[in-house]
Design a protein around this ligand. Structure first.
Ligand SMILES: Nc1ncnc2c1ncn2[C@@H]1O[C@H](COP(=O)(O)OP(=O)(O)OP(=O)(O)O)[C@@H](O)[C@H]1O
Length: 505
């Protein structure tokens, strides 16, 4: 590869945090007009490297070269003015401002009188929105946009500054399949304009659709590249990430099922704004001990609302009945749910699952304080012991149980949330998208965990929008569409086509 095909280079980059070397002498090249995919297990250092490339971390050892010239970005704005933009997993728009105001925030256009030139800014925004296939007026409030559209606005914002490199950190983790298609078309058109993409994702199948080349990171080190993505196989990619083949790929054991542990009858949840429309509409199902029941549905089908309703989060509006071990229960709060042996690992770990500023051990014990209280006092040793056990069991990558949760990589944060709920020793566990943002190896480990829990006699309800996942890990699958149950299939009956057809009813 000739030098002029390389737009951005990281040369011998080392980045240390207290106690952790996140990047160890890493050198990578970003090729011009290509989709450069960075792969690696959770905690490998991908996000840290992206933050260095985009000015979020101005301090590190080593050098960045932009078109062969050394650069040092003092902050993301500085990086952006030099043509490097980053689209974070959590989008950064201001909801109560218009699209145009967001795009021009901090770089507003003023007319000769010094007044804000809305007409000009709206006109430029309109053109940028067209480039990213977002067909809404420039004056639309960001709060009224779907997540996928907000992401398109972020990309439009990057294009305003004529980005040469756009970094995307797990861009498809929260958008619909239709929005993914639009995103991939935008990426293709950016490539044509010689814009370079740096892309991180754990969804291996999608990577093969868009990657031109792969760069592998492992434990903070650069371990190799696959220069021609078309010639790489899924096994090559896994080997690059993990350093070995994953031989123990998951297939669920078929276990004898126990008695019915959980039953739901005619559960409904009306919309807060309109009691004649429903977020969950007349849902009934049952779950047996040792059973893994999947809930599949497209975005907005009511899956997360169903779990929340059953977990006592909307008790004031909910109707219908819940039975545990054949006994009718009244779940009016999360506390009631936990007291009745239920656990919920939520979809949005940062918002609902973790207190990020707290150390790991506090998060792990948070929902099971009775286990770590001695004579009315918190027993620090018991709390630490509990956390240590889960760090070992779930292979959480951290210097110690004292590390603040916000310093963990995304995948490892997810494992802490899982630990928190396993520590409550639930009888019924709800998992909402349990492997989002999780690498291929850790996914496999989590599947084995789910199997182990089922063997211990738990009833497990798993919501997932990944069809291959739900088909691999469940004994039975219910499908939701438009807030109702639209299909139910055993493991043997389920095929991707049948499930998808039920979901789009
Ligand atoms: N601010 C921080 N303070 C301390 N340690 C950190 C900080 N940020 C990252 N780390 C550590 O650096 C390592 C690399 O983390 P990074 O987030 O870059 O991984 P990643 O490859 O993006 O992982 P994932 O796929 O799980 O998101 C991890 O061990 C993480 O705990």
């Amino acid at each position: 590869m000739e030098e002029d095909n390389i737009i951005l280079q990281a040369v011998n980059i080392t980045k240390k945090f207290a106690g952790v070397t996140a990047l160890d002498n890493v050198s990578i090249n970003v090729h011009k007009g290509k989709v450069n995919v960075i792969v690696g297990e959770n905690g490998a250092g991908k996000s840290t490297l992206m933050k260095i490339l985009s000015g979020v971390y101005p301090e590190y050892d080593g050098t960045l070269l932009l078109q062969g010239e050394p650069v040092n970005f003092s902050n993301p704005k500085d990086a952006m003015s030099k043509g490097i933009a980053i689209i974070h997993q959590e989008l950064n728009l201001i909801p109560y401002l218009s699209i145009s105001a967001n795009i021009f925030l901090g770089r507003e256009i003023v007319d000769p009188l010094g007044l804000l030139d809305f007409k000009k800014m709206n006109a430029i925004t309109k053109r940028l929105l067209e480039r990213v296939e977002c067909n809404v007026p420039a004056t639309t409030l960001v709060s009224s946009l779907r997540v996928g559209q907000q992401q398109q606005v972020e990309i439009a914002k990057a294009l305003l500054e004529d980005a040469k490199v756009v970094i995307m950190d797990e861009p498809t983790s929260a958008i619909t399949d239709a929005e993914v298609e639009v995103l991939f078309r935008i990426i293709a058109s950016l490539k044509k304009q010689q814009v370079s993409i740096v892309y991180i994702s754990h969804k291996l199948d999608e990577l093969f659709l868009i990657a031109d080349r792969f760069v592998g990171l492992r434990d903070g080190k650069m371990v190799g590249t696959i220069e021609n993505a078309e010639q790489g196989t899924k096994d090559d990619l896994i080997r690059l990430m993990v350093g070995r083949d994953i031989t123990n790929l998951y297939i669920k054991d078929t276990l004898p099922l126990g008695d019915e542990i959980f039953k739901v009858e005619n559960v409904s949840l009306p919309k807060p704004s309109n009691a004649s429309q429903f977020l969950v509409n007349n849902v009934s199902f049952s779950l047996r001990k040792g059973e893994v029941l999947g809930v599949f549905g497209l975005m907005g089908a009511g899956r997360t609302e169903l779990l929340e309703t059953l977990f006592g989060l909307h008790s004031e509006r909910m109707s219908g009945s819940i039975f545990i071990d054949g006994r009718k229960v009244d779940i009016r709060s999360v506390k009631d749910a936990v007291a009745n042996g239920m656990g919920l690992v939520p979809e949005d770990r940062k918002k609902d699952g973790l207190v990020l500023s707290m150390p790991i051990y506090k998060n792990v014990s948070m929902a099971s304080l009775d286990q770590v209280i001695d004579n009315g006092f918190l027993n620090n040793r018991a709390e630490n012991g509990l956390a240590k056990q889960y760090i070992a069991d779930l292979k959480i990558k951290t210097p110690s149980q004292n590390e603040r949760s916000k310093n963990l990589s995304g995948g490892n944060q997810q494992k802490v949330v899982l630990s928190k709920w396993l520590a409550t020793t639930p009888k019924i566990l709800f998992l909402d998208e349990p492997t989002r943002g999780i690498d291929v190896n850790a996914k496999n480990e989590i599947y084995h965990w789910i199997n182990t829990l089922a063997k211990r006699g738990l009833g497990v309800l798993v919501v997932s929008s990944e069809l291959p996942e739900i088909m691999a890990i469940c004994d039975r699958i219910i499908v939701m569409g438009k807030s109702r149950i639209t299909g139910e299939f055993t493991k043997n009956e389920a095929t991707e086509d049948i499930i998808m057809n039920a979901a789009i009813l």
